[in-house]
Design a binder for this molecule. Structure first.
Ligand code: BGC
Length: 708
């Protein structure tokens, strides 16, 4: 298809239509019968509707075929619709939520999640997913941290890139999805963790930290970028020239399609910036916004604006060409129904291979926060499983709308299937949920498993909290079990860091996030020792609300705290709290005792063109095989601008048999020592660098080198 020739045949209405995205509802209505309905109020007519370019959300191949057929029948040029939707951590087979996925510290888990998602979603007729969310996050009050890959720009970058590649790499049968990275930009920096709130960060922070995830997704080839709801420098991102032109196109070199977030072009009016819908349309196109999702500023005003010469037709043409190019790349002109396949849909959804893959990935995401030896439960005779999620089947978490979330196995079922002797398996939030007979069983059980945390509806979009503590009822239940003197294993289901200090006396704490379709199987296997936990925290878990925001790569101060146990009076500290978090970023234990030793550097002085090889030995002292992640932190104490106290720059997960020692190597190049300045350019500083390597953020081996 020659898209330039096609463009020449298009009327203004048809060009503007390509920039509009609506839900399938609009195409399936009998417009003439809707004379008084919402469609009339939106000033839409059949001609406009049957010229739109894309559809938001579709549930099946049947629906896609129905909508595409109707559209093609009624539209003049028969330019196929593009179908987009939110496939965030799986389509029908659900994988761990992104924050949990990041805890695997293994980008291959992200690639696999995206690969399976692409198989299932593309046969249902979807072409582009609004994923990955590459927003850097530092505030657990923000509910959308569950959709993120956490606080480290390097971890985030690696995961965002792996997701894009996993979605977009064509699979043997042709399955693939295009990826639309979101929310550009810095949506994760919402003040006070309140969703949709003001973002007020410097350009230095934007380029150096917040852009990192989008940058890697774009480098990996993401075909789309979604703008964010928030402002940057006072201007809504959706109409922000600096972000959409200077940064996205010029600095990051993005050539694909941009799309607003849900009605975010319309919301520029509520921000008090656009005067009305017409002004919003003018400003959106001028800033470089291609597709408008859900609202109709473009559809109702752009044609008149272009005809009146208030917006240049050349700008409109550029946007249309980007959309047509994407459709051509997806093969839609050859086959408008590309992907949608009823037979394959029936065969592929929840395919046993996909479920097995979801379980394998889930097993890598569990984080063992505490363990005094009670886990794994190898010789335990009797168990009591209580707490709000003991028998729950809804383990998929937010954004699993297509998934068969009600058909997951509950942990109670999974443990019973694994042959455990459960004296009691009962869901209940607080101590009153259990009667005397229950407490008799609890007293008799050798170990009590308390499954606590958040329901799926507590995290995600518009799910901000001012208190990330566990509900009082749950803490009361925990207190009661401790009072009974029972061995207590706490399992946590949650989409954000929680305040866990009240659980200090638990014998073990296992963080299980929302692990998806095979959550229960993965948790049971971990409790019973068939899986050795290897996850690490992708976000810092604070001691209290007052420490927020708290993250591992904070900048230095002029008066650093030297000794947390004996703080000096005029040092950066709190009077009423320690500075250190409860669980630092990258904390996570194993059933094996791993040790790192013998760090060696290939040189201690290097020039800008040279490579530095670092090697550290890892030993698994047993008793079982398992995976360990080597962390590499950098600190740059002699720089033009203040640099982080330390920053994770690399990581590698390795598998070791019991008793095995492996040498793990990393290569440092100049690129690892550079950072961005506020104008987006790269910089580095000759001088001293400190490098720290190890398996735990609180136990690292240190070495220095000098960049000449
Ligand atoms: C969310 C996006 C999502 C979009 C479409 C918005 O409310 O912010 O992340 O992709 O809806 O569903």
């Amino acid at each position: 298809m020659n898209i330039h020739e096609l463009l020449k045949q298009m009327t203004l209405t048809e060009k503007v239509g390509q920039l509009a995205q609506l839900s399938p509802f609009f195409l399936l209505q009998e417009l003439e019968k809707e004379a008084a309905g919402p469609i009339r109020e939106l000033d839409l007519n059949e001609q406009k509707i049957f010229s739109i370019g894309s559809i938001l959300g579709i549930g099946s191949a049947e629906d896609m075929i129905k909508v595409q057929t109707r559209y093609l029948e009624k539209s003049r040029l028969r330019i196929p619709l593009l179908f987009m939707g939110d496939i965030i951590h799986g389509y029908k087979t659900i994988f761990p939520v992104p924050l949990g996925l990041a805890a695997s510290f293994n980008p291959e888990c992200a690639r696999e999640t995206a690969r399976v998602s692409a198989r299932e979603a593309s046969v249902a007729g979807l072409h582009m997913t609004f994923s990955p969310m590459a927003d850097l996050v530092r505030d657990p009050r923000w509910g959308r941290v569950v959709e993120s890959f956490g606080e480290s720009k390097h971890l985030l970058g690696a995961f965002a890139a792996a997701m894009v590649e996993g979605y977009q790499t064509p699979q043997p049968e042709g399955y693939r999805l295009s990826a639309c990275v979101k929310h550009f930009a810095a949506y994760g920096a919402a003040e006070a963790g309140m969703d949709y709130n003001t973002v007020d960060i410097s350009r230095l922070s934007l380029h150096n930290h917040y852009l990192a995830g989008y940058r890697e997704a774009i480098r990996a080839g993401a075909k789309g970028v979604m703008t964010a709801f928030n402002v940057f420098e006072g201007l809504p991102c959706t109409i922000n020239d600096y972000l959409l032109k200077d940064v996205l196109r010029d600095n990051l070199g993005f050539t694909g399609v941009t799309i607003s977030d849900y009605a975010s072009l319309f919301e520029t009016i509520s921000h008090g910036v656009a005067l009305d819908l017409k002004d919003a349309a003018r400003r959106g196109l001028s800033a470089g916004l291609d597709i408008e999702m859900a609202s109709v500023a473009y559809l109702t005003h752009l044609e008149k604006l272009v005809a009146a010469g208030e917006v240049s037709e050349a700008l409109l043409d550029d946007a249309v060409l980007r959309i047509l190019r994407l459709k051509a790349e997806l093969g839609l002109f050859d086959n408008p129904f590309r992907g949608a396949d009823l037979a394959r849909q029936a065969k592929l959804m929840l395919h046993p291979d996909h479920l097995a893959s979801a379980e394998t990935v889930a097993k890598e995401c569990l984080v063992l926060l505490e363990n005094n030896g009670v886990l794994p439960l190898v010789n335990t005779t009797t168990l009591a499983l209580i707490g709000p999620f003991a028998t729950a089947k809804r383990t998929s978490g937010p954004w699993s709308w297509h998934g068969y979330r009600d058909e997951n196995t509950s942990l109670a079922e999974a443990l019973a299937r694994a042959g455990c002797h459960l004296l009691l398996a009962k869901s209940g939030e607080g101590p009153e949920a259990y009667d005397e007979a229950d407490y008799r069983q609890i007293r008799d059980a050798e170990v009590v498993i308390l499954y606590l945390g958040e329901a799926a509806t507590r995290s995600g979009e518009a799910r901000s909290l001012t208190d990330i503590g566990l509900p009082h009822e749950q803490l009361a239940l925990y207190g009661k079990i401790r009072e009974l003197g029972k061995k207590t294993v706490v399992l946590l289901q949650n989409g954000r860091p929680l305040l866990l200090a009240p659980l200090a006396q638990a014998d073990a704490i296992l963080e299980t996030w929302f692990l998806g379709s095979r959550a229960a199987e993965a948790i049971a296997a971990t409790l019973l020792g068939e899986n050795n936990p290897s996850g690490k925290l992708p976000m810092t878990f604070p001691r209290n609300m007052g420490q927020i925001p708290i993250y591992h790569d904070r900048l230095r101060t002029g008066r650093p705290l030297k000794n947390e146990d004996r703080p000096g009076e005029f040092e950066a500290k709190y009077l009423d709290s320690r500075n250190s978090p409860l669980y630092p970023f990258a904390h996570g234990k194993s059933y094996s005792r791993f040790e790192s030793h013998d760090l060696s550097l290939s040189k201690h002085r290097l020039t800008s063109g040279e490579l530095l090889e670092m090697t550290i030995n890892i030993t698994n002292h047993g008793p079982r095989s398992g995976m360990a992640t080597v962390l590499v932190y950098l600190s740059d104490p002699q720089a033009k601008i203040s640099r982080p106290v330390q920053e994770l720059i690399k990581f590698k997960k390795v598998h070791l048999e019991a008793g095995e020692t492996q040498a793990v190597s990393f290569t440092i190049t100049l690129a690892d020592l550079t950072y961005h300045l506020g104008d987006g350019t790269l910089s580095y500083d000759p001088g001293k660098f400190t490098i720290r390597l190890g398996l735990s953020p609180t136990d690292l081996k240190e070495a220095e080198f000098t960049l000449l």
